[in-house]
Design a protein around this ligand. Structure first.
Ligand code: AHG
Ligand code: MN
Ligand code: MN
Length: 335
């Protein structure tokens, strides 16, 4: 392996080559270093004593896993210690937390995505999004409102996947690259300028919610299931990992369409997934890789946030399929 190592570009070298602001590099560094720590704990599995629930609920009323709490605390600690960070918002925290007075960056994160998969040793991940502190706002006045910026304003976004290998996918608005965590604790670039295939025959949705979806989504999935005999004229394969981060990684790797649509189980919620911690960062990655993302009415990154924990219906992946889902919704907008 050693002969390859010299040819490999580390994350820091790649960001430097791309002339990314050193302050932003330091924020990314804080996140990825913490993720190495989280990866270490996950590797220990039951031996780390971290399986099971933390016997408390987060602000969204969801039972937290011990590792949800620990990952959140680790990220919180390292980001707040970083002078470039003006504030953080986490899926696991009720309110945003102001950071350092000289910081110019805001970070939102889902410390552990797919946490129902921890105890069964299936891939989970950390998702992050980096926004700029608006010029008009001094860091000392950072509040929930400071974070309410549409996704197209993101400066960077990415995830660290804890699977058979630890992989970072990141964009700073110049395409998407991927890195593998080496045995020496360095993230080395393995892919650059990733492209999501435009067409796909693979979809991901939790089919058990079918009866709760709106009519256009029901019709779309019915047509998908008809395969080559239906109006779409092709046979589809289905995958559902229940870790969005793993589904997005698969889509960045080989294409596909991921859907967590609105459903009427709880009509007060616009969807299950969260705009600021899941919808926006994943949409940024997918769009930077030539794919598309939508809430069925418009690109997710055009959705104006009004609430830090806002939910959003998510359709993302291969362009042709996302546009097809949009079309089903437009032609029946009265549904
Ligand atoms: P989290 O673990 O951060 O709460 O997110 C889980 C999300 C997402 O990763 C996944 O796609 C979805 O919830 C799975 O939901 P179901 O269990 O309803 O399928
Ligand atoms: Mn999540
Ligand atoms: Mn989570």
């Amino acid at each position: 392996m050693d002969q390859f190592k010299n040819l490999m570009l580390s994350l820091n070298q790649a960001l430097e080559q791309a002339q990314v602001d050193p302050q932003l590099v330091s924020v990314v560094d804080s996140i990825t270093n913490t993720c190495k720590n989280i990866a270490e704990r996950l590797r220990g599995g039951a031996l780390s004593g971290l399986y099971g629930s933390a016997e408390q609920e987060n602000i969204q009323g969801e039972v937290q896993k011990k590792l949800d709490v620990i990952s959140n605390d680790l990220l919180k600690q390292s980001l707040l210690a970083n002078r470039s960070v003006a504030g953080i918002a986490s899926e696991e925290e009720e309110n945003v937390i102001a950071g350092n007075a000289e910081g110019r960056y805001l970070v939102t994160f889902d410390p552990l995505d797919g946490s129902s998969n921890i105890d069964v040793n299936v891939t989970v991940g950390t998702i992050f999004s980096i926004l700029a502190l608006p010029n008009s706002d001094p860091a000392s006045t950072v509040t929930n409102d400071t974070f309410l910026q549409a996704g197209h304003k993101q400066i960077a976004a990415g995830y660290v996947l804890y699977g058979p290998s630890v992989i970072l996918a990141i964009t700073t608005g110049q395409g998407v690259s991927m890195y593998n965590l080496g045995a020496d604790g360095v993230f080395y670039q393995t892919e650059d300028q990733i492209k999501v295939p435009e067409h796909t025959q693979e979809f991901a949705i939790n089919m058990s919610n079918q009866r709760f979806w709106q009519a256009p989504m029901q019709r779309y999935i019915n047509d998908v299931l008809l395969g080559e005999e239906g109006p779409l004229g092709k046979r589809f394969n289905m995958r559902w990992i229940a870790s969005m981060v793993a589904e997005v990684h698969r889509i960045l790797t080989r294409g596909g369409v991921f859907m967590y649509p609105y459903d009427n189980r709880d009509p007060s919620k616009a969807g299950k997934l969260r705009l600021m911690y899941e919808g926006n960062p994943m949409s940024f990655l997918i769009e930077q890789a030539g794919g598309a993302s939508s809430n069925t009415q418009k690109p997710i990154m055009d959705v104006e946030p009004h609430y830090i924990h806002q939910r959003v219906p998510v359709i993302l992946g291969s362009k042709e399929e996302v546009e097809r889902v949009n079309t089903y919704h437009q032609s029946t907008s009265s549904d």
